[in-house]
Every structure is written in C-alpha cells, then in structure tokens.
Design a protein around this ligand. Structure first.
Ligand code: FMN
Length: 499
C-alpha cells in the first residue's frame, strides 16, 4: 500500500530516505537570467537528489518554496508506486492497467474537508501575475505550469478525462513574433498544449468536439497532486476511461475528490492548487520559444486559450517546477514510466516472452526478452517483437523511432550493454526493419513539421533485432567473455578501502 496521499507525503518519504535537500542559498528564476536550467544539468550530471528551493529571487511569490527534481531518477519515480526497483514498479503499473477490476472510483468528500480549498480567490480578484508562481527555466518565452493534471469532460458522454499537459502563463511572457499579450490575457489566461492530430491527446479531442458542437468546455487544473495521480494522468489509457479510476487502482484505494467552486468537475482534494476555467473559442494564441523534451527550442506554436475564473489553494502552498531540455531531466522518468507500463501491459498480453521495456530519456525503446537463441518461439521472433511495439495500444509505442530487442543477458538499463548487443548480434541490413511512414514524436526536429501547429506528424523509424540468430543463421554462438556479477562483488569486497 502506498504511504502518502499528497505531494507533501511523498516529500516526507523522500526526506526520510535522504533523497531531498532543503536549499537556502539564493537562486535567480527571472526571465532572461534564470539559474534553473544549469541547476537541472548540474543535478543530473551527478544523479543528484530532489531539492526544495527556499530562497528564490526574480520571483513574484517569494514566500512559496519551489520543489525541484523530485522524479529525477528511476528509483525515485518507482517510489511513487511504493517500490524502489524500476521493473517492479512498471509491472505493478502494467498489472493495474490490464486488470480493471483493481480500479477504484474516486470518493467525493465535503468541500470543508478538502485541503485544496483552504484559500479561495474569486473571479473578480484574479490576477495570475500576483497569485501564481512564475519561474523561468531557460530561454523560453512564457513561464510554464509543468506540474498540473488537467480535467475536462467529454462534451458528448460527460465522461471525465485527466491528463498531464503543460500550460503557459502569459503574464510577463515574451511573444515569439514580438507582439504583446493583452492585459486581460496576462491577468486571467493560460494556454494549454492540446494536440488533436494523431497521436493527439484527449483534452485536444474534447476541445475539438466542444467546438464542433458549439458548446463551452469547462476545465479544472489541479497543480501538485499526489504523484500517483500524476502517473495515472500521464498514462494513455483508452479514450473514454477515467484516469482517476486507474489512479485509485494504482493507490489500492480511491482518490479523494471534491467539487469545484464554479464548474461541474471534481478535482483531487489534496492538490496544492486548483484553477477553474473554460476554453475560449476562436482565440488560439501563439507561444514560444518552448524548451522541448527532445532538447531543442520550438520557435512558435499555436494553442487554445483558457480563461481562469476561480483559484483555490492550500495554506502555505508549495510550487513544483520542472521543464524540458536535452535529456536527462527531472520528469523524463515520470513521463517514461507510464509508457513502459503501457507497453508491458500490451506486449505481455500477446508475447509472454517480453520481460522488460525500457524507454530511455532520449526516447529509445529497448525490449528485453526472457528467451534468446534456440529458446525463441520461432525464427525472426525479434522482428515480430519490433513490429508489435509499433502496433501497441497507447499513445507512444507507435512513435518509437529507435527500437532494440535484446535477450535476457543484456541489461536494458545500460546503454553500453545494448550497444554491445547491437555490435555483436546484428547485421544491420538483415536484422533491422526500416519503417518509412511511422508516427513522429511530435517535437522531433528531424521530422517535417505541420506548418499550422508546428508539430511533426510522420517519421521514419528503425528497429534492431539484437537477439542471437539461432535458429535463423547459426546453430551455436561463441561463449561470451565477462566476469560473473557475484565474482565482481566478491573482488570488490576484497579491495574495499585499498584503492
Ligand atoms: C510533466 C509532463 C508533461 C507533459 N506534457 C504534455 C503536453 O504538454 N502535451 C501532451 O500532449 N502530453 C504531455 N505529456 C504526456 C501526456 O501526459 C500523456 O501522453 C498522457 O497519456 C496524456 O493523457 P490523455 O491520453 O488523457 O490525453 C506530459 C507528461 C508529463 C509527465
């Protein structure tokens, strides 16, 4: 069972494991001079801990501390699901995803008991530049909200969807074409990364439907929730299912939710902040540059606008800020773990020999099998697995640009071992598949972009079958030369303190 109900509980868990440090030295987060991007690089170069930044300058909310890098390792991300081993946490994620009898519907609680309602700001008083923390990360135009889960209801069926999407704040933002955001936009509006082209997101589909039906679309934005809810929101479960039910399954208990103040949506009661609003028809805004998850700046993108009409938050709230850059960075692991779980759930149902799936921070996909060589069920089995990744359910398997299938003796978490397997088990022409018309990862700068929305739709893909080619080409393979892990441990013990 998971030992926390909110981000504060997860922070306590990290502290108890010496995985979170309080930082009181001054750090600048202002647009143009921010120190957060170098801090992210520095902390990832050393596999460092989570930080609570208590002394920020160039900051509009100096009393609100900023949580930084909580998910920055596979181990910490696994702790969200109550495990420390990455494979165990993925298997748990995959198990709950597969078996819907484990899911729990959320439990509604009274408003007076919901921590997220401790402080209320009404529509007439909303001034986002004063009330919501703004921190810049690199050279991006707006300050982002990267900590939120976004809840909307399907305008046709009323079924809610919870997704983890970035939002931008327009207060004090620079415009990519030199325009100025209006006073009203700066005070009351956010824009949201909603995509409706494949592989689009569900909020994009809701918004497209609402526009078609000429109906308004209400939206609740819950910032800094129980990380289990965020993992569920970052999982692409089938359209029409509610991620909040899946989150209950992952927790092993329902998520407590509470009704919004001004709209017909229920939100996680222990969130630090709740923003309520509605999409504004025909008022898309251009934002940029945007520091993206493949490590480049997108110049300009066009996204819908949301008007905020209520803000509630906890007493002494915290903020959590993360952002993309050249990987690895903090929320790589938070974004990749649900993809790994999705693929494990899908592939294991069809191919029991799939043992682990590792999606690297740079979005390479490594599939480890429990068999190799003569134990493979049929020849060209590796290629069958490659095709199955591109064919898997969920949003991202189809966008895998580089996929490698390895046997059980190759550690998929170790790039050097995967490279060794490619070099010693693959003939590039015979043992690869090149797919010329795959789905693109939306922000891959090497794929052509849709001129309207600035995202890539189609990409070439390559898969390597790095299994041992028995029975395909050989009857035996040379014995490999390496020390046993146990012997390495024994020798390390012998050398303790000597070197
Ligand atoms: C921190 C973080 C930020 C993300 N930002 C976006 C985003 O801005 N747009 C998007 O489409 N997906 C984003 N994702 C991935 C989606 O959350 C994920 O694909 C999820 O399945 C989408 O939910 P949906 O299937 O209900 O649309 C992000 C994931 C994480 C962990």
């Amino acid at each position: 069972m998971i030992a926390f109900d909110d981000m504060r509980g997860y922070i306590q868990l990290l502290k108890s494991k010496d995985q979170l440090k309080e930082i009181d030295i001054e750090l600048n987060v202002a647009r143009g001079t921010t120190e957060l991007q170098p801090l992210m690089r520095f902390i990832h170069n050393s596999n460092g801990p989570a930080l609570m930044l208590n002394n920020l300058s160039g900051y509009n909310c100096p009393d609100i501390p900023v949580l930084f890098n909580p998910y920055g390792t596979r181990e910490r991300t696994s702790m969200i699901l109550g495990k420390e081993d990455p494979l165990e946490s993925k298997l748990r994620h995959a198990e709950v995803l597969t078996d819907k009898s484990l899911w729990h519907k959320p439990r509604k609680i009274e408003s007076s008991k919901a921590p997220c309602k401790e402080i209320k700001i009404e529509r007439k008083d909303i001034d986002i530049g004063k009330q919501l923390p703004h921190v810049w990360f690199g050279k991006e135009g707006p300050a982002y909200i990267t900590n939120a889960v976004v809840i909307t209801k399907d305008p046709e069926t009323g079924i809610p969807n919870t997704g983890c999407y970035r939002l931008t704040q327009l207060w004090n933002a620079s415009h990519p074409h030199g325009d100025v955001y209006s006073e009203d936009e700066q005070k009351k509006c956010l824009s949201i990364f909603a995509f409706w082209n494949p592989p689009g997101n569900d909020v994009g589909i809701h918004w497209a439907k609402a526009q078609e039906m000429k109906q308004p679309l209400e939206v609740a934005i819950a910032c800094i929730v129980d990380p289990v809810v965020q993992i569920a929101a970052a999982t692409s479960i089938a359209f029409g299912l509610d991620e909040m039910d899946f989150a209950g399954g992952l927790r092993g208990a329902p998520v407590d939710v509470v009704d919004c103040e001004t709209i017909d949506i229920a939100v996680p009661a222990t969130a630090e902040w709740i923003l309520e609003g509605k999409f504004l028809p025909d008022q898309d805004v251009t934002i940029g540059p945007h520091s993206n998850p493949v490590g480049y700046y997108d110049d300009a993108q066009l996204f819908p606008l949301i008007e905020i009409q209520s803000i509630t938050h906890r007493k002494n709230p915290i903020w959590y800020s993360t952002m993309e850059m050249q990987p690895p960075f903090d929320h790589n692991y938070m974004a990749c773990m649900p993809i790994e779980g999705e693929l494990l759930s899908d592939l294991q149902a069809k191919i029991p020999e799939v043992q682990d799936v590792v999606v690297t921070p740079n979005l390479s996909y490594f599939v480890q099998l429990s068999v190799d060589g003569a134990q493979k069920p049929h020849s060209e089995f590796g290629k069958f697995v490659l095709q199955s990744v591109w064919d898997a359910s969920g949003r991202w398997g189809k966008t895998a640009k580089i996929v490698v299938v390895v046997g059980p003796d190759v550690n998929p978490y170790d790039l050097s071992e995967v490279e060794w397997a490619i070099n010693t088990r693959v003939q590039p022409y015979t043992d690869s598949i090149i797919n010329k018309s795959g789905h693109a990862f939306l922000m891959d700068p090497s794929a052509e972009k849709d001129p309207g929305h600035g995202i890539a739709l189609q990409s070439e893909q390559i898969g390597f079958d790095a299994t041992i080619k028995i029975p395909e080409r050989f009857q035996s393979y040379p014995e490999y030369s390496n020390a046993d892990a146990e012997d390495v441990e024994a020798i390390a013990e012998k050398f303790k303190g000597l070197l």
